[in-house]
Design a protein around this ligand. Structure first.
Ligand SMILES: NC(=O)c1ccc[n+]([C@@H]2O[C@H](COP(=O)([O-])OP(=O)(O)OC[C@H]3O[C@@H](n4cnc5c(N)ncnc54)[C@H](OP(=O)(O)O)[C@@H]3O)[C@@H](O)[C@H]2O)c1
Length: 346
């Protein structure tokens, strides 16, 4: 991956010969510098319910490294035990312009600025084909880099707060991992959707960021245990699962909800392990325990886009990388230390 060049512009044509594009692809499992390769492959042909997007920027998520590392092994049940059954293009989140629309697509036109999540992979490429229902028009005020940084983080925060968390106006919310890709949106969306008190758990250097997003207070996890405070919360959104469920539940009022997003877990099950344990234990306790399963949704992205345009939600980006520095971007992604989001310019 060290000799990645800037991608040449390619133009899809419906009647000409098959066009090709540059993409970052993998078929083996392993570290990014070993397994992710620049390839030239055909521009995907959008199906009748899909749009083809010329990608301008790709946003990164831990989801991406789970696939190229095959870690946890649970992932390999769907992708292949020793190597990927078929090569996969890296990345899920993207922003760009619509280059072609499928026959059944009426809500988008060629040239529209859009963003979305292709959960089958494919965002770190010149073009991505994706179901139109997973796409929304970009916030007018956002750059391509900002828009690409939104989808999975904001959709997961939406699922954690509204679907799993059943957040109601006037409630209090504790976000563990508040400075991460999901946490930065959970803090802001909790506030936007009526939480009267939002507290973020993060390390000292990230406190300023989390407070700037609207948190009332932060708990520096290197100095204080969030479960030992007197204060309890209606809802805890846990993106890190840094503590066993029995401790986290101490931070939630009786009848309140614990929404487990991810983090923790071993090589076999990854976050799926703690999630299943948490769900099993939740049955016998005085709290609601919910596992968050976020899905791509253009409708939910459109809601977030409005909140970005009216200034309620901002998009914190730690760094934007050029195509040739993608390996460094993926290595940083794996650190579990990213503040906000990472983006690759396409
Ligand atoms: N269930 C779903 O549908 C779903 C969807 C998306 C993501 N996920 C999962 O959710 C998890 C979080 O995703 P993400 O995008 O937010 O990850 P991320 O951006 O990589 O998270 C990094 C952040 O976590 C913070 N952090 C690390 N250890 C911490 C600790 N012990 N306590 C509090 N904060 C800590 C880091 O801050 P410091 O450097 O200050 O420690 C950093 O800001 C991942 O496991 C991901 O796979 C699940």
């Amino acid at each position: 991956m060290s000799d990645i060049q800037s991608p040449a512009e390619s133009t899809p044509s419906s009647d000409g010969p098959a066009q090709t594009m540059r993409a970052l692809q993998f078929s083996e499992y392993g570290p990014p510098r070993d397994v992710i390769r620049e390839v030239r492959i055909p521009v995907p042909a959008p199906g009748p319910d899909e749009v083809l997007v010329r990608v301008k920027a790709a946003g990164l998520n831990p989801y991406d490294w789970h696939f190229y590392r095959g870690d946890p092994y649970l992932v390999r049940l769907t992708t292949g035990l020793r190597q990927h059954r078929k090569p996969r293009v890296a990345g899920a989140d993207f922003s760009g312009t619509v280059a072609r629309v499928g026959a059944n697509v009426t809500q988008f036109s060629i040239g529209d600025h859009v963003f979305g999540e292709q959960d089958q992979g494919g965002a770190v490429a010149e073009f991505v084909a994706v179901a139109a229902e997973k796409v929304a028009v970009m916030p007018q005020s956002a750059s391509f880099e900002e828009a690409a940084a939104v989808p999975m983080g904001a959709l997961t925060a939406t699922a954690a707060l509204r679907k799993s968390g059943r957040l109601e106006s006037g409630q209090s919310v504790l976000v563990n991992g508040a400075s991460g890709g999901v946490g930065v949106f959970a803090v802001q969306l909790a506030r936007a959707w009526g939480a009267t008190r939002v507290v973020g758990v993060c390390s000292g250097p990230n406190s300023e960021l989390v407070l700037s997003l609207g948190a009332d207070a932060v708990i520096d996890y290197t100095r204080e245990n969030y479960w030992e405070r007197e204060e309890t919360f209606d809802l805890m959104v846990d993106t890190q699962h840094s503590q066993p469920l029995r401790l986290s539940l101490k931070a939630i009022r009786p009848g309140g909800t614990y929404a487990l997003v991810g983090g923790g877990g071993g090589k076999l099950m990854g976050p799926g392990g703690p999630m299943m344990r948490a769900l099993a234990q939740g049955i016998v306790r005085r709290h609601r325990v919910a596992g968050v399963m976020a899905k791509p949704s253009g409708a939910d992205l459109a809601t977030v886009a409005k909140l970005i345009d009216d200034g309620t939600v901002t998009v914190p980006i730690e760094a934007a990388y050029d195509w040739g520095d993608a390996a460094a971007a993926f290595e940083r992604l794996e650190s579990n230390r990213v503040s906000g989001k990472l983006v690759i310019r396409i």
